[in-house]
Design a protein around this ligand. Structure first.
Ligand SMILES: *Cc1c(COP(=O)(O)O)cnc(C)c1O
Length: 393
């Protein structure tokens, strides 16, 4: 059947497989392995497994496969490999393709665990890593040289929401023969057009918007069939970072409502950002959807939306930020994002605590900075909660 489904249809149906019972909801194939009809069949499957033939859940599983096909369709890649967490995906995408002596260029503003992989793990195995300011194309041009194997960046950085120009960085990387690996968590699969704009490999922590209800850890690597099946799969299946079928089932169910949730959250985030931008108790409001954001035009071109996260600096520093957070009633203090529940995070003392003070200052992680992941509550209730807490700083 030739299909030309739009994204909302793909999010509901793509990749679905039904057992002979014809169940409506995707089944959880909670099985480590699969029985063969004969020894010959086992031998043949180990030689070359077909599209609907499975061997062992670490290698692949029908429920996991449904999720991989659904996310690949949404992202516009040929294939995908589902992993146990977002970090298993970042590690798997990079380590599976890199060898000692290879050169990687990465943006400096990274999620702490991503920084650990680039700064500690890769370097330990003889990979050379050059860090750049991801928003400065001249720095990418200077750092990427012929022979550079890969570039890595978060398309929107955490927590200061700098937006990196995927198309321009990809052009520079491709001219040198380097593969572009994008961690696209903050952009979400709904607002992402990373592959259209030149990315070769797109990585998600599905723990965030894809689950969307803060239940399970998961990740996924999206790319060409050759990259996913010949480079990523051998590494992941032999090193143990595959997604469990139960997690894949949670993620499949998350995807059904992903478009609706991301759009509702982004709309709410835009309204909240506009209200906060006029608030004199804050020294700055960072939201890529605000015209004051340095990459506002790029954001609209790249995502068509400002996304679901914002950050703001409370006058009065850490003490005022803590008083504000402690006064919140609906909004939870936590460190996940993309959840249906709105979450406030104080990066300087939690997610980015490990960074030395000068690095924090360089990245704009000030003592008064609060990151807000906007959820699905009523926008007016959230604005009232924020206003009430700001009155108590
Ligand atoms: C959360 C996050 C990760 C890690 O994902 P886990 O599922 O927690 O392992 C990686 N990159 C970014 C940008 C993230 O926000």
């Amino acid at each position: 059947m030739t299909r030309d489904w739009n994204r909302r249809t793909q999010l509901v149906h793509e990749g679905s497989r039904r057992s002979p019972y014809g169940e409506m909801a995707e089944a959880i194939f909670l099985t480590q392995g699969f029985a063969y009809d004969s020894a010959e069949q086992a031998e043949a499957r180990f030689q070359q497994a077909g599209a609907d033939e499975f061997i062992y859940a670490r290698y692949g599983n029908p429920t996991t496969r449904m999720f991989e096909e659904r996310i690949a369709a949404i992202e516009g890649t040929e294939d995908a490999f589902a992993t146990a967490s977002g970090m298993a995906a970042v590690n798997g995408a990079l380590v599976s393709m890199l060898r000692a002596g290879d050169h990687v260029v990465s943006s400096r503003a990274l999620f702490g665990s991503c920084l650990y992989i680039l700064e500690e793990v890769l370097v330990r195995y003889g990979v050379r890593v050059t860090f750049v300011d991801g928003t400065d194309l001249d720095q990418w041009r200077a750092a990427i040289v012929p022979g550079t194997k890969a570039v890595f960046f978060e398309s929107i950085s955490n927590p200061t929401l700098e937006v990196i120009d995927i198309a321009s960085v990809s052009e520079i990387a491709h001219a040198a023969g380097a593969l572009v690996v994008v961690d696209n968590v903050f952009a979400t699969p709904i607002f992402s057009r990373a592959v259209d704009q030149g990315a070769d490999v797109v990585v998600y922590s599905t723990t965030k918007h894809i689950d969307g209800q803060g239940r399970a850890l998961g990740g996924v690597i999206c790319g060409t069939t050759a990259f996913i099946r010949k480079v990523v799969e051998p590494y992941m299946k032999h090193t143990g970072g595959s997604m469990s079928p139960f997690t894949a089932w949670i993620m499949l169910n998350g995807m059904v409502t992903l478009d609706l949730r991301c759009r509702a959250m982004a709309e709410s985030a835009a309204k909240i950002a506009a209200v906060l931008a006029a608030d004199s108790r804050l020294s700055r409001v960072i939201f890529p959807g605000l015209p004051s954001h340095p990459q506002h035009a790029l954001t609209l071109r790249q995502m068509g939306s400002g996304g679901t996260l914002l950050a703001f600096d409370i006058k009065g520093g850490k003490e005022a930020a803590f008083r504000f957070m402690n006064a919140l009633e609906i909004i939870k203090i936590s460190n996940n994002l993309g959840d249906a529940r709105t979450i406030a995070t104080h990066p300087a003392t939690t997610t980015h605590q490990r960074l030395p003070e000068d690095q924090k200052a360089k990245l704009g992680i000030t003592p008064g900075l609060v990151r807000l992941s906007v959820g699905l509550e009523d926008t007016d209730d959230l604005i009232a909660d924020l206003d009430h807490a700001l009155k108590l700083i």
